[in-house]
Design a binder for this molecule. Sequence first.
Ligand code: SAM
Ligand code: ZN
Length: 261
Amino acid sequence: MLLCPNCQKPLYKEDKSYRCPNGHSFDIAKEGYVNLLVHTQKKTGDDKDMVKARFEFFKKDFYHPLKEKMIELIKAYDPKIVVDEGCGEGYYTNAIADALNAEVYGFDMSKHALKRAAKQTDKVTYCAANLFYMPLDDQSVDLVYSIFTPLSMPENRRILKEGGIFIKAGPHERHLYELKEVVYDKAYLNPLKEVKADGFIKIGEEKVEALIKLDNEDIRNLFMMTPYVHKSPQEGIQRLYDLSDLKVTIAFRIEIFKKNS
Ligand SMILES: C[S@@+](CC[C@H](N)C(=O)[O-])C[C@H]1O[C@@H](n2cnc3c(N)ncnc32)[C@H](O)[C@@H]1O
Ligand SMILES: [Zn+2]
């Protein structure tokens, strides 16, 4: 159940809005998400161009090996309440909600992303919310997952039930290696950083790796999704954008944590 971001009382859905007993009210946008960001929590999520590039890229299902693995892993825990933090356009969220018999929440700060996510399904409760201040009660969630998002382990721990599961997916060492070889003079493997997860124990790790073949439009969309878009040399970007196709490794590291008592 969602909580009011102003007074932390439960929110009840009434027609086209959510209301708390103290009279705070939050409208559901026509696309189907609710904005629960209060002033102090506001930051900007991903912008419209970034969101559009990701949406176009995901339409071609290049990341389905990660999507299928996430579904398999999450299903094994049979969770009843699930949170996707930093859900973006709902590529994973909607597929996971379809595969489970569970209440699924998708939180993101980007309204551009949420509009696209919410339009595609009624099975997920999509909210504009900051993942560092999730509008959920303490110990109310069975499983939280994060795919390429900032992490707030204390907040994850707060909302998870005892023994609850947190799954993190991010880049493995060779993720997008060939793309970096084009853009940079020298490409490096991605460093594998350990998550600071006080109050959790790590119970598993998986690797998903595949080679995908991209055309020029896919290359541009994929590049727009990466952090490299902000920090690459112009000549390197031009070299990449001039390619008609490219084979790229996608490699994901999935880590599974369990909340300790
Ligand atoms: C790289 S995208 C990943 C989106 C999605 N998980 C996926 O893999 O397709 C990161 C997402 O996190 C969101 N985000 C970043 N900081 C956030 C925060 N503090 N609270 C909620 N969402 C956040 C961005 O708006 C963006 O949609
Ligand atoms: Zn309230």
